[in-house]
Design a protein around this ligand. Sequence first.
Ligand SMILES: Cc1cc2nc3c(=O)[nH]c(=O)nc-3n(C[C@H](O)[C@H](O)[C@H](O)COP(=O)(O)O)c2cc1C
Length: 326
Amino acid sequence: MKKIGSIPVPKEALLLAPMEDVSDQAFRTLCKEAGADFVYTEFVSSDALIRQIPKSLQKMHYREMERPFGIQLYGNDVDVMAEAADIASSQNPDIIDLNFGCPVKKIANRGGGSGMLRDLPKLLEITKTIIKRVPQPVTVKTRLGWDEKELVVVELAEALQDIGVQALTVHGRTREQMYTGEADWSLIGKIKENPRMHIPVFGNGDVTSPKRAREYFDRYGVDGIMIGRGAIGNPSIFRFIRHYLEMGEELPALTVLEQIDQMKRFIEHSIPLKGLPGAVLHARRHLANNFKSLPNFRNLRIQMLRASSQEELWQVFDEIALRYGV
Ligand SMILES: Cc1cc2nc3c(=O)[nH]c(=O)nc-3n(C[C@H](O)[C@H](O)[C@H](O)COP(=O)(O)O)c2cc1C
């Protein structure tokens, strides 16, 4: 069995992607309960960490049940990243993950996230420095390259393994593609075909269904699949995929009542973190991905997404249950 440090990686591992403002403690808890094998924080700014910004420090809080749990860092300065890694490490996560994939302009153009793909010596220097510095295994998440002319990831994977990176996740897009087009997993498959590669390699991009997960495991031979947008509003996706991988048949879709229950539980987990009405407002992005195929749902959907208190939202849920919850 492959390992990240001493942590075993289960066969056909399923990972929750780090997602800004999404992969918080409440959401990770639900994903973990549904069977996610690894979960990560959203990316945490190394600059903010070394300045002890409370909001960034809070992003590193987690519950024991989330283990194995990773803290993801981003930044573009060796010393700042090293100091931030010390702070992250002191929280005692299982993994420190380095983000070399974020495409957002204000980060990438300053050399952070995917911007690092244009300065590989520095990317490797930061990674090496942190590996030497923290006791936890260090993993990397990146993209195929900056653009289609600079598809560096196959060579980069080997270089990262050589300096001691313990696992690699690759999102099958270039920085230039942002989130457009379809993720191209062929280079992820190439990394796996390289006989020198022995660390776990996780593929990421556009896996939103059990069938797609099965297909990509079979076609690209990855050690795990990381799921981002497919889990938003739908943490049960991990249970659905795992069942399909093991049994070869799909579970029936969640009923309306089960979807309501899932969203209520999510909000209840969020209340201690975000208070009220914060937890309700924060859930909108997740709510928007539910009840998608209900007929004549438009008005209730608008009410649901506008609800600004727990009472109001719970009333909308009651109405949805009454009308559709057969
Ligand atoms: C709302 C949102 C926030 C994201 N934030 C992060 C982040 O903090 N760190 C990171 O490495 N990737 C981040 N990503 C990228 C995802 O981790 C993932 O690589 C990408 O969404 C592709 O996977 P998917 O098709 O399964 O969503 C984010 C993506 C989304 C949609």
